[in-house]
Design a binder for this molecule. Structure first.
Ligand code: SAM
Length: 336
């Protein structure tokens, strides 16, 4: 199968830091979106890194962003429809915090928990530790601030918000549904990119999702999608050094499994190790068929025979973790 890889050097705006964002690996994901895709759907959008990159690089005509986190989706709506007002709201908070960042953050968090407004969430996202959204068991946003940083400066934030809005507004649908309801509304021509939460991670206020998405439920949903011939890409498990994150998707789904070399893990660097992170990408059978058909057509066409369409996206099949000798004892994992 020949993924599509055109030049991808244009800067892609990004609205807020978000744990689990796929921003750093979009160049490995985009090549698997077929040319001429009409609608790209992201049912677990978070910060929508893949849709944004796809929009900037002309990889799809329309977009559907969905996330079960209602306030996050309200923020998306505001970014797309009222970026200037949102930037002003953010600037007001950012400047007001300067006297006592720590106390101000707690005040905004309390306000957000009473009434979740988009500019409050944007400020919280810009300030929280590692962009990691966390809720308590009773549904309150309870992540702490990284008090070493003030969050993105207002001028920079304004540029990002305007850039994101220009890339997506007027051609993007935004919803706060369960991913299954979104998928059920898609057609076989659409391309669906899914990046579900790791098991045990709590991203949303809704208690149904506090434990993350159970593996078996996700696999069941993929089985249904296969029977309906849906074209989809999934980011799921991965590994850093010898530590694996999440269970691989089962062979019975007949997915094409690719391993993306995502670079050095910052966490492991902090711990004095030098571990590479590898992320899994899975392509559905229907998508693989579409990409193969496109590649076949391109091979047959003299005009595109030399185009970069025929390059394969960089795929790592193994990675190495160089640990200090005191930590050794486990061989590096080979991951295919
Ligand atoms: C790993 S994050 C996605 C990150 C995203 N790819 C990015 O680039 O920022 C997973 C997202 O899935 C959302 N989520 C969790 N359960 C969900 C469900 N059942 N349906 C839809 N979204 C869900 C979470 O709120 C979270 O934002």
């Amino acid at each position: 199968m020949m993924p599509n890889t055109s030049a991808r050097r244009q800067p892609v705006p990004h609205p807020f830091p978000y744990q689990g964002s796929k921003r750093s690996i979009t160049k490995h994901i985009l090549p698997h979106i077929p040319f001429g895709t009409g609608l790209l759907v992201e049912p677990f959008c978070g910060s929508a890194a893949v849709s944004l990159a796809a929009a900037v690089h002309g990889q799809a005509q329309r977009f559907w962003l969905n996330d079960a986190n209602g306030p996050l989706v309200a923020l998306w709506q505001e970014i797309l429809e009222r970026p200037v007002q949102l930037a002003e709201g953010y600037e007001g908070l950012w400047r007001e915090q300067l006297e006592d960042k720590r106390a101000f953050f707690h005040r905004v968090r309390r306000q957000f928990n009473q009434k979740p407004k988009p500019h409050l969430l944007l400020y919280l996202l810009a300030r929280i530790v590692k962009g990691a959204v966390r809720y308590s068991s009773d549904g309150r946003f309870n992540q702490s601030a990284d008090n070493r940083r003030a969050g993105m400066r207002p001028e920079a934030m304004r540029q990002q918000l305007l850039g994101v809005s220009a890339a997506l507004a007027a051609r993007t649908r935004v919803t706060a549904w369960d991913f299954r309801d979104v998928v059920a509304e898609t057609s076989a021509d659409d391309v669906i990119y899914m990046d579900p939460p790791y098991q045990g991670t709590s991203f949303t206020r809704d208690h149904r999702y506090l434990g993350g998405l159970p593996y078996t439920e996700f696999v069941d949903a993929l089985r249904v999608m296969n029977s309906a011939g849906k074209s989809y890409i999934v980011s799921y498990d991965g590994a850093t050094g010898e530590k694996t994150h999440g269970e691989p998707l089962p062979p019975e789904l007949h997915l094409q499994h690719l391993s993306i070399h995502a670079g050095r893990s910052t966490q492991s660097t902090l711990l004095g190790r030098d571990c590479q992170t590898v992320e899994s990408l899975y392509l559905s059978p229907a998508l693989v068929e579409r990409l193969s058909a496109q590649a076949g057509q391109a091979q047959a066409s003299p005009i595109s025979r030399n185009s970069r369409l025929h390059e394969r996206a960089p795929v790592a099949t193994e990675f190495i973790c160089n640990m200090p000798s005191s930590h050794r004892g486990h061989p590096p994992i080979s991951y295919t």
